[in-house]
Design a protein around this ligand. Structure first.
Ligand SMILES: [Zn+2]
Length: 444
């Protein structure tokens, strides 16, 4: 048995003075500091915040197959340093893609000695893999991603209505959720490109309409098949009404957005810098403000990284070619500080951070009774951090594989001191070697 305490423990919906007692990785009690059982080893963190470890359900780790882009070792170390204790890996850009039970097992075999935090997988829906879905569900996967547009990799083709009509009843029957990359190009037009470096041209080539059309279609299919759907990385705030209407009608639809849509905006993106490219694209400041509102109104359920790295060459920085640059933004390690910085400056409380980055994402993957809250019976996963200390994000501290970030030199509030996974300190900012001597995570 062990206990930790501070004057700012986030439990029962608010920050309060408390002590958390845990045993064998599970929280056994939450008491006031004076009620910690005698002889129980105890550490008091003073004024630091003790919050549940973050749950990031949208991470592209790319191993095996594209391990030069990212791998389990580097990604989960970056997660630990960022206060993230649970990551769920996307079914593409690894090879094989996670669209069969065999592929799940191939990926699982790569995890050995590489899990610095807990990790789970999303499965994938692609044309003609409907016969694989049941097997993957039996193996414990309850979330499956599909693309409604070209995914960027040949191994993961997009799903048309016909494919979704086959997959969704199977997912619905098993209680699983379909995650959708919601962009749909009904125009069949090739864009005319004048300047490959122009961010505006790139932005205009992926209009709001693409997201709106995709979301309208997926809502119809969700209703038809009574299947839970979840919109990944929502960028267009114009879709919020559509989602809200569906939610009000009882259609099972949820949505997420990401730090880049909430922190960056098209007005401040330099031309020719492929690091800022992602799909759907980062839109203007007005759209960004509306996304924050969507979160506040509960139409968007949570914030996840969509950490999607690649090698620097693929960002085509020298040619300033946004069209051929790989789309994806890395932020796994910095999500807490980036979002907290905005919240603090705009007078939101830590409550929102916990709801949007711990509690609600845990629900998507069925972990809502184990993770995302500091509560009796939950896993003892904590991030211990200083909300009032400022920090400048620097290339030197990046732990994910390719040391490239659009957030370099961003000055942000929120410094992570320690991360605890199932009762074990897995990351300590102030220790010479910041990590435990071996990875402590498990496959979920
Ligand atoms: Zn993604």
């Amino acid at each position: 048995m062990k206990a930790i305490s501070s004057r700012h423990v986030f439990t029962q919906g608010k920050l309060q003075e408390a002590a958390i007692v845990y045993n064998k990785g599970i929280i056994t009690d939450i008491v006031s500091a004076k009620d910690i059982p005698k002889n129980c080893p105890h550490r008091d963190y003073g004024d630091l915040v003790i919050m549940p470890g973050l749950v990031d359900t949208h991470v592209h780790i790319n191993e095996p197959g594209r391990t030069d882009w990212e791998g389990f070792n580097t990604a989960t170390k970056a997660a630990a340093a960022g206060g993230v204790t649970t990551v769920i890996d996307m079914p593409l850009n690894c090879i094989p893609v996670t669209t069969t039970l065999d592929a799940v097992n191939v990926k699982k075999a790569c995890l050995k000695n590489q899990m610095w935090v807990d990790i789970g997988f999303h499965g994938g829906v692609i044309p003609h893999n409907e016969h694989q879905l049941k097997g993957m569900m039996k193996a414990g996967i309850n979330t499956f991603k599909a693309f409604m547009i070209d995914s960027g990799v040949d191994e993961f083709p997009e799903s048309d209505t016909n494919t979704l009509d086959k997959a969704m009843p199977i997912l619905a029957k098993g209680g699983a959720t379909l995650l959708v990359h919601a962009e749909l190009d009904n125009s069949c037009q090739q864009p005319l490109i004048h300047d490959k470096a122009s961010y505006d041209e790139f932005l205009n080539s992926r209009p709001h309409k693409w997201e709106l059309d995709a979301i309208a279609l997926i809502i119809r299919l969700a209703q038809k098949h009574d299947c839970k759907v979840h919109i990944v990385h929502l960028s267009s705030a114009k879709a919020l009404n559509l989602i809200k209407e569906a939610q009000d009608k009882g259609i099972k639809i949820s949505a997420e957005t990401c730090p880049h849509y909430l922190i960056l905006n098209s007005e401040s993106i330099p031309n020719g810098d492929g690091r800022f490219k992602c799909c759907p694209p980062i839109r203007n400041h007005r759209n960004q403000m509306a996304l924050w509102q969507g979160l506040e109104q509960g139409i968007i359920d949570f914030i996840v990284s969509d950490h999607s790295p690649c090698t620097p060459a693929l960002k085509r920085l020298e040619e300033q070619n946004l069209w051929d640059a790989w789309g994806g933004i890395s932020s796994l390690q910095f999500g807490l500080s980036l979002i907290w910085n905005y919240l603090k400056i705009n007078n939101y409380s830590i409550e929102y951070l916990v709801k949007w980055m711990c509690e609600n994402p845990a629900k998507l993957v069925g972990l809502e009774n184990q993770k995302g809250q500091i509560k009796k019976g939950f896993q003892a996963d904590f991030v211990i951090w200083n909300p009032n200390k400022e920090h400048t994000i620097d290339k030197k501290e990046i732990l994910f594989k390719n040391k490239m970030s659009v957030y370099e030199q961003h000055k942000v509030f929120g410094v992570i001191e320690q991360t605890i996974l199932a009762g074990v300190v897995i990351y300590d900012k102030n220790k010479e070697n910041n990590f435990t001597h071996k990875p402590n995570g498990k496959y979920l």
